[in-house]
Structures are given as structure tokens and as C-alpha cells.
Design a protein around this ligand. Structure first.
Ligand code: NCD
Length: 307
């Protein structure tokens, strides 16, 4: 696939070879970053970050990635200060921003908004999360974290815990894992199960899937915990019923495989006790740090910058 000017909208648009390619390039980028050889790759270019929904990591890590590459950033961190507040459409906003920047990252609460926006611009546009749908760059950094730890993705037993209905990170991650030879375990309250069509797709790909309510993490190599997505519940009472459904604490980790890793896209709101942070299982801060080389590599790839 040609990477220059490619929009990054859904992980489903990527083949396994393409995902593996990004992971390899991210690893090369990490070496360049650590040896100070990445700092002028994007000199003279501008990244626009259009965030219509709250974000700490995705926006800041894209901005950091661009600045570490010697580029500059413009944008807005919440929609109230953009012209959306005056009624401007996404289509108009991105067409205007195309005149200012070389690459766009957009986050929006509406599913499909990034795809729609990409149809109006010729510069590459990256989805930083569209509603409960997709978060492809999070998935690439998640896979990068797994590969860095285990040297592979095939053969792993992966437990995904929490809000599997509304969590876009777990939707993207599950789509990506469908390309690998993994065992999947989905742990969620009954109300927050993985959408049926996604489970069917996995079965079609012959991926063994177990769905349970019980937090059984025996034999898991990767535990991917997630936040219950309060803002996406149509009914606040339903949220009250399921909040705090799973808490991973020192007692939980006693039963884990010695080599297991505990991941979380963050922010956490009680799913993992801070007491676990000091243990060898905790990988979530390392995971979020891995967002920098992965996003640096992606920015260079879509902007046609060789490295
Ligand atoms: C996630 C998101 O925005 O989907 N955060 C992130 O980008 N790391 C997860 C979440 O908000 O729960």
C-alpha cells in the first residue's frame, strides 16, 4: 500500500502485513528518537489537532510526536473554542484546516465522523477516536507494547476486560487481533458485552473466543483493562449499575502468570488499584509512552517522509 497521503481511519483498513510494517517502523523510529536522529524529519511541517472530545494522551502525544520530529502544531483541545460552537460543519472545518496544515488528527464523539472528514481533504487525516467506533493509533501502540514485551503477538492468550460495548479502543484492538493467531477472552458485565458482529467476525477467522462475567485471568499473557465509558451511556442509571464492575488489585494479580502484563489505554477511574503500579505486571505507563514513537512513525509515513 502507498503510505503517503493515506488517511488512518479504521484498523480494519489495514492488513496484517501493513500492521506489522507500522510496528517495525515504530521500532526503527524509537531507536532514531533515542539517538537524537529524528529531530528534523518533519521540519517545516504543521500538524493540526482538532479535538471535539476530551483527551490527554492522544492529543498531547501527537503534539509531542510532531515536535520531536521538528514539526509544529496548531489546533484546539475542545470544541467550545472552535467554530463548531457557531454551527460550522466538520466538512467545512477540515477544508479550512487543509489550507493551514500538512496533516490532521481529529477526535469527535460521532461514529463515522473521521471517515466523513477524510472525504473532504487531500492531506492525510488520522482518526484520534470517533465515538464508540475506532481508535486505530491507540491499537497500533497497544500492539507495539505487546510485541515489545513478548517479541510476538501470535500464540498469546489475551483477556480484554471492562466496557466492551462502548469502548472504541477494544473495538479497534479486537479487529486488529483478528489477524493474529491469538486466544481471546472477553470479560464484561452482561450489559457491556462485545458487539455480536465482532464476535462473529472472530469466529469466522477461527479465533477462539471465551466470553465471561467473572474476572478469571488464569493463563492470560495480556490483560487489557478498560474504563466504563460513562459519557456514552444513554441511561445514567445503567451506568450506576455497572460502574466499578471490575477492580484489579494486589489480590487479583497474585493469580497471574509470572510473565503476564497488565495494560490499560488510560484514563483509569478505579479499574486498576494504584497499589499495582509498582509491580512488574503494570505496563500502562510504558504503553502510553510507546504512543510517541508509534505516532512519530505514522506521521512520517503519511507525510511521505523517509526514515
Ligand atoms: C481512550 C479513548 O479516548 O478512547 N483514551 C485514550 O485515547 N488513551 C480510552 C478511554 O477514554 O477510556
Amino acid at each position: 500500500m502507498g503510505w503517503t497521503k493515506k488517511h488512518i481511519i479504521s484498523i480494519k483498513d489495514f492488513s496484517r502485513e501493513e500492521i506489522d510494517f507500522v510496528l517495525r517502523k515504530s521500532s526503527e523510529m524509537e531507536k532514531k528518537l533515542n539517538s537524537g536522529r529524528a529531530s528534523s524529519l518533519m521540519r517545516g511541517r504543521i500538524l493540526a489537532t482538532l479535538f471535539f472530545e476530551p483527551s490527554t494522551r492522544t492529543r498531547m502525544s501527537f503534539e509531542t510526536a510532531m515536535k520531536r520530529l521538528g514539526g509544529k502544531t496548531v489546533g484546539f483541545p475542545f470544541s467550545e473554542i472552535s467554530s463548531e460552537a457557531k454551527g460550522e460543519t466538520i466538512a467545512d472545518t477540515v477544508r479550512v484546516v487543509e489550507g493551514y496544515a500538512d496533516v490532521i488528527v481529529i477526535r469527535h464523539p460521532v461514529e463515522g465522523s473521521a471517515r466523513l472528514a477524510s472525504e473532504y481533504v487531500d492531506i492525510p487525516l488520522i482518526n484520534g477516536g470517533d465515538g464508540a467506533n475506532q481508535h486505530p493509533t491507540q491499537t497500533l501502540l497497544d500492539l507495539y507494547t505487546i510485541k515489545k514485551k513478548f517479541g510476538k503477538i501470535d500464540g498469546l492468550d489475551i483477556a480484554i476486560v471492562g466496557d466492551l460495548k462502548y469502548g472504541r479502543t477494544v473495538h479497534s484492538l479486537t479487529n486488529a487481533l483478528a489477524n493474529y493467531d491469538v486466544k481471546l477472552r472477553f470479560i464484561s458485565p452482561q450489559e457491556l458485552k462485545m458487539p455480536r458482529h465482532m464476535v462473529k467476525d472472530l469466529e469466522g477467522n477461527k479465533i477462539p473466543v471465551k466470553e465471561t462475567r467473572k474476572l478469571n485471568l488464569d493463563d492470560a499473557d495480556v490483560i487489557y483493562a478498560t474504563r466504563i465509558q460513562k459519557e456514552r451511556f444513554p441511561d445514567p442509571q445503567e451506568y450506576e449499575r455497572v460502574k466499578g464492575a471490575y477492580v484489579i488489585d494486589l489480590k487479583t494479580i497474585e493469580g497471574l502468570k509470572k510473565s503476564a502484563i497488565l495494560m490499560h489505554p488510560l484514563p483509569r477511574v478505579g479499574e486498576i488499584s494504584p497499589k499495582v503500579d509498582g509491580t512488574k505486571f503494570a505496563h500502562y505507563f510504558e504503553q502510553s509512552k510507546n504512543g510517541i514513537p508509534v505516532r512519530m512513525a505514522l506521521l512520517c509515513l503519511v507525510c511521505g517522509v523517509k526514515f
